[in-house]
Design a protein around this ligand. Structure first.
Ligand code: ARG
Ligand code: MN
Ligand code: MN
Length: 301
């Protein structure tokens, strides 16, 4: 097992969507024991604290169909710088959200080191809307499009100009809520998506084997795991802002994390969308920390 120097960065950002409380995600995850859990496996942990997030009032609708753009740009820009510092000193970045718009900053920062990054997007959604296609105006539904170079230029050009990940280097796992504009983009770009259909039909073992082999065939120089807790069924992770029934099970998710650990390919990770206000006794943060355990090498025996 790899022994890693893990740098934890919290991003208490909730401006990427409209349900307050996801800004408390980083504290809920820390409270659920993330640091000690990973130390117990043998890793060295450094808590780098939280990214500074504005506290202005949330806007409801905007003419641009990009809610709270300024606040999201500010926080993700700082996050990108912090992630870049972490990877430049050779540490493993573990980012705690916050809503999923933070992926724009995490992956922008990773682009300082990784020139052919692979991404595993574990999510009920595909987060590939732009202002033109978004039904909500919520930026947390847009990060994957932005990272592929599509969307508002303020978002696309965070940290450095343009595309941060190639569409063919992305694997989406768990999708079951896709908007019309996103469906077109997936088809146009020929993206690799394992929806719930493939997980039901072939099983998680087969899906993960294929996902790992696919990324290896792209000769990626690192793989980032972006795990939205709503990828799991709301039965297991009720504390999320946009739950979708019919999701990935608790056991399947642990298996997926264990297979990623066995592959040795993951070089950074983020856990997003934990909203303690919507949760039941911090259940969702507890699941997040359990999954981190499996991802970082915890074994049952
Ligand atoms: N990261 C998330 N939870 N995203 C949910 C996105 C929901 C919907 N597709 C939208 O664009 O608003
Ligand atoms: Mn989601
Ligand atoms: Mn998401």
């Amino acid at each position: 097992m790899r022994k890693l120097d893990i740098s934890v960065i919290g991003v208490p950002l909730d401006y990427g969507q409209s349900r307050r409380g996801v800004d408390m995600g980083p504290s809920a995850i820390r409270y659920a024991g993330a640091i000690k859990r990973l130390e117990a496996i043998g890793h060295t942990l450094k808590d780098e604290g939280d990214v500074q997030v504005s506290a202005v009032e949330h806007k409801d609708r905007e003419a641009t169909n990009l809610k709270n753009l300024e606040e999201v740009v500010q926080a993700t820009s700082e996050l990108a710088n912090r992630v870049a510092e972490v990877v430049e000193k050779g540490n493993f970045p573990l980012v705690l959200g916050g809503d999923h718009s933070i992926a724009i900053g995490t992956i922008a920062g990773l682009s300082s080191k990784y020139k052919n990054l692979g991404v595993i997007w574990y999510d009920a959604h595909v987060d590939m809307n732009t202002a033109e296609t978004s039904p909500s105006g919520n930026i947390h539904g847009m990060p994957l499009a932005v990272l592929m170079g599509r969307g508002h230029e303020r978002l696309v050009n965070i940290y450095k100009d343009g595309q941060k990940v190639k569409p063919e280097n992305i694997v989406i796992i768990g999708a079951r809520s896709v908007d019309p504009g996103e469906r077109i983009l997936i088809k146009d770009l020929g993206m690799k998506v394992f929806t719930m259909h493939e997980i039901d039909r072939d099983g998680m073992t087969s899906v993960m084997k294929e996902a790992i082999a696919y990324l290896q065939s792209k000769n990626v120089d690192g793989v980032h795991l972006s795990l939205d807790l709503d990828g799991l069924d709301p039965l297991y992770t009720p504390g999320v802002g946009t739950p979708v029934p019919g999701g990935i099970s608790y056991r399947e998710s642990h298996l997926a994390m264990e297979m990623l650990e066995d592959s040795g390919m993951i070089t950074s990770a983020e856990f997003v969308e934990v909203n303690p206000i919507l949760d039941e006794k911090n259940k969702t943060a507890d699941v997040a920390v359990g999954l981190m355990g499996s991802l970082f090498g915890e074994k049952l025996l």
